[in-house]
Design a protein around this ligand. Structure first.
Ligand code: AMP
Length: 425
């Protein structure tokens, strides 16, 4: 027997039985984001590797360990996108969106790729819903509050409850440097007790220590007292206004002074949404403000804020949404070659009327085909055979009431069948 080929490790097939959950999430997202005046943007699923290195930071795990690079002939190389922000900002700059609108409110829904060790809730190809608001002079605490409340509203509409929202402020780049120094000072005498990764992180990106899953590191982090003295007065004031904005919008949150996010580009507000029912991979989504990324990638002095939510995690948190039940409006069974010709024409006529129709292409007995019609939950069955053709009729069976009747089809005119089906809708 030929060797079977499997789906690549860390990726999954999304089968027809699950698709309505996905489509439902996508529809709710598109509708809500439309209401908030966000427009969809679609960028390629791969970009120059340099884009991710320059935006996410060389020391982030996503760039350092997880970039899936494509073999290509270009010297700099391409990588599958591990997240969406860098691509959106690249496009914003390249397409000159800043010259077209003061604030670009953009969203995307699509696959992301990270070479991670797969486990429950952690895939190599996963899907994100991402939102980015980018614009010159758009550093407004009201916009931060809007974006955060939008992510919470979206999760609620999708049917999730009981998740937690944590927020923090990293302040400006200068404040962030202060924060980094305070962390280093506090960790200095415990440095040798940190895991080997964190000893390395101490020099390269000390913030990452706060996210380490190693138990000893977690204990050390737990005992750290950070406060918010690293923030300038202006940054504190900005953060207070974000918090007030959230209270005004009825969003519950907790301030977590150790929340930093692993990517270099964040400044000021950062937030994370988690659901403890998800186990170790408990993050549903995260985001924050990134004041310097657009400029850093060669664009105008535009500020930005955004978030990304993981669709697979949402579906896990929905806790086994019901499998789709299949239904079919009309199933046509032709009993011989001649009847097939009529069956196909009838199917065409019904489909033109937007009536969901399928034809049985099997040549088993009528009994077997009726059993199959039951299995696929056909609401009605049309049977065409020698007898029917002689009388210029088709046999119509309502599968719910079991009523059966003959319907005329003069000169391949199917109006009586169409009428019958429309009447029962
Ligand atoms: P991040 O950019 O890492 O903050 O990711 C944002 C969201 O995407 C996370 O909160 C998760 O919901 C989801 N996510 C990130 N990485 C993965 C992954 N490897 N597998 C599944 N979902 C992921």
């Amino acid at each position: 027997m030929a060797k079977k080929i499997s789906v690549p490790r860390g990726t999954t097939d999304i089968l027809p039985a699950e698709i309505s959950t996905w489509q439902n999430i996508e529809q709710i997202t598109r509708k809500l984001l439309g209401i908030y005046n966000y427009k969809e943007i679609r960028t390629p699923i791969y970009e120059e590797t340099d884009l991710f290195q320059r935006s996410l930071g060389q020391t982030s795990d996503v760039v350092n360990k997880q970039l899936l690079q494509l073999a290509g002939d270009k010297k700099e190389g391409f990588s599958l996108r591990p997240e969406g922000t860098a691509s959106v900002v690249r496009s914003y700059i390249e397409q000159g969106l800043d010259r077209k609108e003061a604030l670009s409110k953009l969203y995307y829904i699509g696959p992301m790729f990270r070479g991670e060790r797969p486990q429950k809730g952690r895939l190599r190809q996963f899907h994100q819903i991402g939102v980015e608001a980018i614009g010159v002079d758009s550093c407004s605490p009201y916009l931060d509050a809007e974006i955060i409340s939008l992510s919470v509203k979206l999760l609620h509409l999708i049917g999730l409850e009981g998740f937690e929202l944590k927020i923090n402020s990293l302040g400006t780049v200068e404040d962030k440097n202060n924060f980094s120094s305070i962390l280093k000072d506090n960790l200095n005498d415990k440095r040798k007790d940190l895991c080997s990764d964190c000893q390395d992180r101490y020099d390269r990106n000390v913030f990452r220590i706060l996210d380490c899953k190693n138990e000893t590191c977690r204990d050390i982090v737990h005992d750290l007292k950070i406060g918010n003295d690293y923030l300038s007065d202006d940054s504190k004031e900005y953060f207070n206004r974000v918090k007030d904005g959230l209270v005004d919008l009825d969003v519950s949150f907790e301030v977590d002074e150790k929340l930093v996010r692993g990517l270099d580009y964040y400044t000021h507000t950062v937030f994370e949404i988690s659901d403890s029912n998800l186990g170790s991979q408990d993050a549903l989504g995260a985001g924050g403000r990134y004041s310097n990324l657009v400029k850093q990638l060669g664009g105008p002095n535009a500020d930005a804020v955004g978030f990304a939510l993981g669709i697979e995690r949402m579906i896990l948190a929905l806790n086994n949404p019901a499998e789709d039940t299949k239904t079919l409006e009309v199933f046509i069974i032709a009993l011989d070659e001649k009847s097939f010709k009529i069956a196909v024409q009838l199917a065409d006529a019904l489909r033109k009327e937007d009536i969901q129709t399928d034809v049985s292409y099997r040549s088993t007995s009528l009994k077997a085909q009726m059993k199959f019609a039951n299995k696929i939950n056909a609401r009605s069955v049309v049977i065409i055979g020698e007898e029917e053709l002689k009388e210029n009729v088709v046999t119509f069976k309502d599968m719910e009431s079991s009523d059966q009747l003959s319907l005329k089809i003069d000169n391949n005119e199917f109006s009586s069948v169409i009428k019958q089906i429309k009447e029962r809708e």
